[in-house]
Design a protein around this ligand. Sequence first.
Ligand SMILES: [Zn+2]
Length: 281
Amino acid sequence: MDNAGFSEKPQNRSSSSGEDIPEALRDTPDAAAKKVSIRPLFLIIGGVVGVVLIAVVSGFLFFVVTPKKTKDSQSPPASSTPATPSKSGNSATSKDNTVLGHFVYSEAPESELQPISNDRRIKMRKAAAQKFLEMAAAARSAGVVLVPVSGFRSIKEQEQLFFAVGAQRNQTPAQRAAVSAPPGHSEHHTGYAVDVGDGGVPATNLTTNFEKTKAYQWLQANAARFSFEISFPKDNPQGVSYEPWHWRFVGDRDSLETFYKARNLKPAQISQQEESGSGAR
Ligand SMILES: [Zn+2]
């Protein structure tokens, strides 16, 4: 844009003032005018080019020199930045989402539930229910009677178990939480957890004595084949008291993610309290 202005000026001059001047004379002022007008043009172009060159070169140098720095200094924070928040996020979730050592769980939709007991009152989520029935059938053929004692539980039912039973037993929330999950925090809400009893020795139902039963021995040896695992083994990292009767299904993506996703299982040492008839988890 500046170029046009500069190139027009000399042209105008040569055409208007150059006509009356004899050729011999005309050349000099013309050339002088050209020289004069071209110089600033060159200066400006040169200046602009110089500035651009400097900018480009320094930019290139900056680019060449600094990437190493930024890579070294940026990538560790870049990798540690997501790691730190996710770490703190995890601990935050485990801290924020746990109540007295228990994770938050959402209720399985009613439509997803299927009965697993003869009276049809105990239910699990379909995938888990089918595997549980398969497992019970396999156990029975080995002479072991697996009896479902408790399956899906609504948050309301858990509320009753936690508060009313806790009050009945004169338990503080912390004492209660050692043997029962607070409402909204029971694996039973998910429809993937089941409390199993031994049909041969119902007296051991929901007690640690269950570990002495044939049912427990059989489960220990075979449950994994049906995608069941014990949720609260002895000295579990969650710090929840030992529950040999409480098993959970982890045989599909949803169940697996329900129990394992974004969970930073850090031991929160809660003193182990044993109590009979505490199958409220
Ligand atoms: Zn349970």
